[in-house]
Design a protein around this ligand. Structure first.
Ligand SMILES: C[S@@+](CC[C@H](N)C(=O)[O-])C[C@H]1O[C@@H](n2cnc3c(N)ncnc32)[C@H](O)[C@@H]1O
Length: 186
């Protein structure tokens, strides 16, 4: 299903301010976020969604940003320090398989996997880790680009999430691309 990860030069392109015209982080994520939440963002790259998320969760909240590429985290770190948001962002590099979230088991309020699941090499393990990290009742939003991800591939992704224990929640409105909102049962 995957294997290729987006190279750092694409990471820079993903930060383009014009992207906000098509994908506004506040409009997409605002309906799911409350101040004080702990949010998991796997595959943040250089933080197009991470910084707005950090602003939305406020000083009492946290965004756990889990990446497989150190370069992405380096740039994310610079950007979050410049914005004065680094104390709300917990950047983590995945090293030897697994997401390294055992300390957060059952502590995540909301997870946002944005344009990244198609790059995940082991979706079954990925969804299992996200499921464990979420609180009961916690939700996972998946958004995938239609250009890279066929309808059939997206159905497979959702099946992998369901196998991990997720159940479909109401579909989110007005999000471009292929999207699904799933929840961890109470
Ligand atoms: C296409 S980029 C999208 C970045 C960001 N979510 C956005 O929409 O701007 C996908 C990112 O996911 C990361 N990635 C790929 N597989 C991953 C995995 N298993 N866990 C965490 N991050 C992963 C890649 O390194 C890359 O930075």
């Amino acid at each position: 299903m995957a294997g290729h990860v987006c190279p750092p030069f694409i990471g820079y392109l993903l930060l383009s301010p014009f992207r906000k015209l098509l994908e506004n982080p506040r409009k997409i994520l605002g309906p799911f976020i409350q101040t004080g939440m702990t949010v998991l963002e796997p595959g943040p790259a250089m933080g197009f969604f991470t910084l707005p998320l950090a602003r939305m969760v406020g000083p009492q909240g946290k965004v756990v940003a889990v990446e497989v590429q150190q370069k992405m985290l380096d740039v994310l770190g610079k950007r979050s320090r410049k914005a004065g948001l680094d104390d709300r962002i917990d950047p983590r590099l995945i090293k030897n398989g697994g997401m390294g979230l055992s300390d957060l088991e059952g502590k995540i309020d909301f997870a946002a996997a944005l344009h990244m699941v198609h790059e995940v090499s082991d979706p079954a393990a990925f969804f299992k880790d996200v499921f464990s990290a979420l609180k009961p009742g916690g939700r996972l939003l998946i958004v995938e680009p239609k250009g890279h991800v066929t309808k059939a591939a997206f159905e497979k992704t959702q099946d992998a999430a369901k196998t991990a224990g997720f159940t479909p929640a109401e579909p989110p409105a007005k999000i471009r691309g292929r999207c699904a909102l799933l929840s961890k049962p109470d």
